[in-house]
Write a protein that binds this ligand. Structure first.
Ligand SMILES: [Zn+2]
Length: 753
């Protein structure tokens, strides 16, 4: 579990927190195998023996004072007595929970054993495939699922369901697949006539993976797009002459979630649905009206970004609630360049703990790699994340892909997560005194993360790992399945307090601030539109700059003329210096560029979902890509350049490499020596770097190779943002970031007046 704070020392009180201009919060990667310093957790035995505070329910930890008969809670200061058993434990041994801030405990819950014939204890994977699709789409989905089957561990169950104007349920437990079809009613609130369980019992639908791989492959081979006449007949005339795709996705997912769950909760230890969608749901309940994309917003004086970002129906949000309650996680893979209204659909994936991935065409889609790697990674499921703090402050708001507990504050349910999934919190003071009253006991944050995991039988200590290789079936069959374990992971952090502004500014972590800001502006753009979110971010930087100048007595509030004195580059405080550039890049990113600049609303939603689960260093790469240069494919010249044309030219390097998280670009300058091999050869240092980055990422980045002077260089040049105008208006006059800083300084002067 990696935890990082926006400021490594807390603000001392409400006044400092509010007037410093620095956001106060943290990012948490609960299932990361190591902490933020790269250290693995200690193993703490059974969680049942772990004493908890009578007052605040925090777990005993390394910051607590422990006596013979009692311990003092480091969070709330309560004195708690030990029972006889626990007293003996804490007297005789150095318990790991008193030594380490990061510990995993076993929860000795009665868990069903997947080894037994117990059907419901097994992990379940269901592929839901759109048949109102093209041949190319289905070919891509088939090859991805064949790859995925190799990554699904033995002991798992697999089901195949299709949807169009009807639902197709497959029984793949024999050489010839049996399909049962259920028609979907065309009307907006229609329900299917029978429950799926009536059409096909779950035990026929869900097939043990290891004994049915060939049958599943054979069933996949039979998938064909529904013919256009078949769709037209089902859809009737369509609405006002609009051709309908006959894609009854909403009804199919609703029925599937009910099928896999029960009326009152979880059936399976873990159920994961991979839904493959080739366009907007346009048939039956849950259909989305895509005509809103074609509206003439500009002529109606409506902010298109504001109009297209909220959901048009609560259907998929409600469905996500059902999925979360049933312990079903939905991963949504959307492969289309059509407007699909991800703004409405996204909830189904992100609130059920799944991913939302958008590919704009089948040719460039890295779906097979992404799906295979998603399944090969260790993942935790049925998770509960709880944050506790010292009473002087509290977590005010959580961000990320979780489902909030309907009853308890600061309790978040995560149906499924991997080691990358990142969540963020905002802190606020409980009262204006802050930490001034109780200076002997520094602030403490404790995170408790309960989760289930599949542990291979022959290796109890290690979770389900990636060591299996796609082409090596023997390795798969040598493992005889997995045991289900429930664990409790505890992380306790004691934080220092910054006595004054200088200490607070010096303790700033720019990447983490960028992450918390990104969450806030995504929230703001969903609620008030992109223009408002841009204004919010701009104002935030103005306020921070003003406070910094006031504190350093460079420019001061209420003074008539500050104009020559404002320092918008934070020249006296190194940690703050990165922030103006980050804000500028965020304003230039697809999250905040306007509809008029050609940002597709679905792409924006996709990026919002992607960015709001990224760990700070990855998010920074996505917002402000890393540009390095090479003398030859084997020899790096400079590890870092600013994203400017000028920097490229003055460096004189022939080869540049850009890492923008979702894309990797190799760019040969037009002046590069023609004897340099292009593309870079397979075994060179640059290729090594590319392969390493591809391996360690949760989604496979797209790789582009561009030769300046021969190929279209636009895909590379658009990342050189520093000469671009911040609002994309007019022709860039080469002032970009420089004039942005001038503007900030100007606004600071105005603000301070
Ligand atoms: Zn306590």
């Amino acid at each position: 579990m990696a935890v990082r704070f926006t400021v490594s020392r807390c603000p001392v009180d409400l006044d400092v927190q509010e007037s410093s201009g620095v956001p106060w919060g943290a990012t948490v990667v609960p299932f990361a195998a190591v902490d933020e310093h790269g250290r693995a957790p200690e193993h703490g035995g059974s969680a049942q023996l772990l004493p908890r505070c009578d007052t605040c329910w925090a777990y005993i930890n390394y910051v607590c004072d422990v006596d013979k008969w009692a311990w003092t809670c480091a969070l709330c200061g309560n004195l708690n007595g030990f029972s006889d058993d626990t007293s003996a434990r804490y007297r005789s041994s150095q318990a790991p929970e008193l030594l380490s801030s990061f510990i995993d405990f076993e929860m000795d819950e009665e868990l069903p054993n997947p080894e037994d014939e117990d059907f419901e204890a097994r992990p379940v994977f269901v592929a839901a495939v759109d048949l109102s699709a093209s041949e190319e789409f289905l070919e891509l989905v088939k090859s991805s699922l064949l790859a995925a089957l190799e990554a699904i561990g033995p002991g798992s169950l697999f089901g195949l369901v299709t949807f169009s104007h009807k639902i197709g349920l497959y029984d793949v437990q024999g050489p010839i697949p049996v399909v049962k079809h259920i028609m979907i009613p065309a009307d907006m609130d229609g329900r299917i006539p029978v429950d799926l369980e009536m059409a096909m019992p779950l035990s026929s639908f869900l097939a043990p993976v290891e004994s049915n791989k060939e049958h599943i492959a054979a069933a996949l081979e039979t998938l064909k797009p529904t013919s256009s006449w078949e769709r037209a007949t089902a859809a009737g005339q369509g609405i006002e002459g609009v051709t309908m795709g006959g894609r009854g996705f909403g009804v199919a997912m609703d029925a599937l979630i009910k099928y896999l769950g029960t009326e009152h909760g979880v059936t399976f230890a873990m159920a994961r649905v991979f839904a493959f969608l080739s366009g907007p749901p346009d048939y039956g309940a849950g259909q989305l009206d895509t005509r809103r994309y074609g509206e003439q917003y500009a002529s109606k004086r409506i902010d298109a970004d504001k109009a297209l970002l909220p959901e048009q129906t609560p259907f998929y949000k409600d469905l996500a609630a059902n999925a979360a309650e049933s312990g079903v996680c939905v991963d949504l893979f959307v492969i289309t360049n059509e407007y699909t209204d991800l703004a409405s659909l996204k909830y189904l994936s992100i609130e059920s703990g799944g991913s939302l991935i958008l590919y704009s065409n089948t040719d460039e889609a890295t779906l097979p790699q992404d799906l295979y790697r998603m399944l090969s990674r260790p993942y935790a499921f049925g998770c509960v994340l709880r944050i506790r703090t010292s009473p002087e402050f509290k977590s005010a708001r959580g961000y990320g892909h979780y489902f909030p507990d309907p009853q308890y504050e600061n309790v978040q349910h995560i149906i499924c997560c991997d080691q990358y999934a990142t969540y963020a919190f905002d802190f606020e003071f409980s009262n204006s005194n802050g930490f001034t009253r109780n200076q002997d006991s520094p602030p403490v944050v404790q995170l408790a993360f309960q989760y289930s995991i599949l542990v291979p039988h022959n290796d109890d200590a290690r979770p389900l790992t990636t060591s299996r290789n796609h082409h090596n079936n023997s390795a798969v069959s040598s493992r005889q399945g997995y045991t289900l374990k429930r664990r409790l992971r505890i992380r306790t952090l004691q934080i220092g307090v910054a006595a004054n502004y200088a200490e607070l500014y010096e303790s700033v972590e720019p990447e983490v601030i960028l992450t918390v800001l990104t969450h806030k502006i995504i929230q703001a753009s969903l609620e008030d539109g992109v223009k408002e979110a841009r204004a919010l971010l701009h104002d935030w930087l103005v306020i921070l700059t003003a406070q910094y100048n006031e504190y350093n007595k460079l420019a001061q509030f209420g003074q008539p003329d500050n104009s020559n004195r404002v320092d918008a580059t934070f020249s006296k405080c190194q940690p703050l210096q990165a922030l103006p550039r980050h804000v500028f890049a965020l304003l230039r990113s697809s999250l905040l560029r306007s509809h008029e600049e050609g940002v597709h609303p679905d792409h924006r939603i996709y990026l919002q979902c992607l960015f709001s689960a990224l760990e700070p260093s990855y998010l920074l790469r996505a917002v402000y890509p890393v540009l390095s240069s090479y003398e030859t494919p084997d020899k790096q010249a400079y590890p870092r350049h600013s994203l400017s044309r000028a920097a490229l030219i003055t460096s004189g390097s022939p080869i540049f490499f850009l890492d923008a998280f979702t894309s990797l670009i190799v760019y040969y300058a037009p002046t590069a020596d023609p004897s340099l091999p292009f593309p870079p050869p397979q075994n060179c240092a640059l290729r090594g770097m590319i392969n390493k980055l591809k391996q360690e990422r949760n989604i496979t980045p797209k790789l582009l190779m561009i030769r300046g002077g021969y190929d279209n260089a636009e895909p590379f040049e658009r990342y050189l943002i520093e000469e671009q105008d911040v609002d994309g208006s007019g022709v860039a006059i080469g002032m970009g970031f420089v004039s942005f800083l001038d503007q900030i300084a100007h606004d600071v002067v105005k603000f301070m007046k």
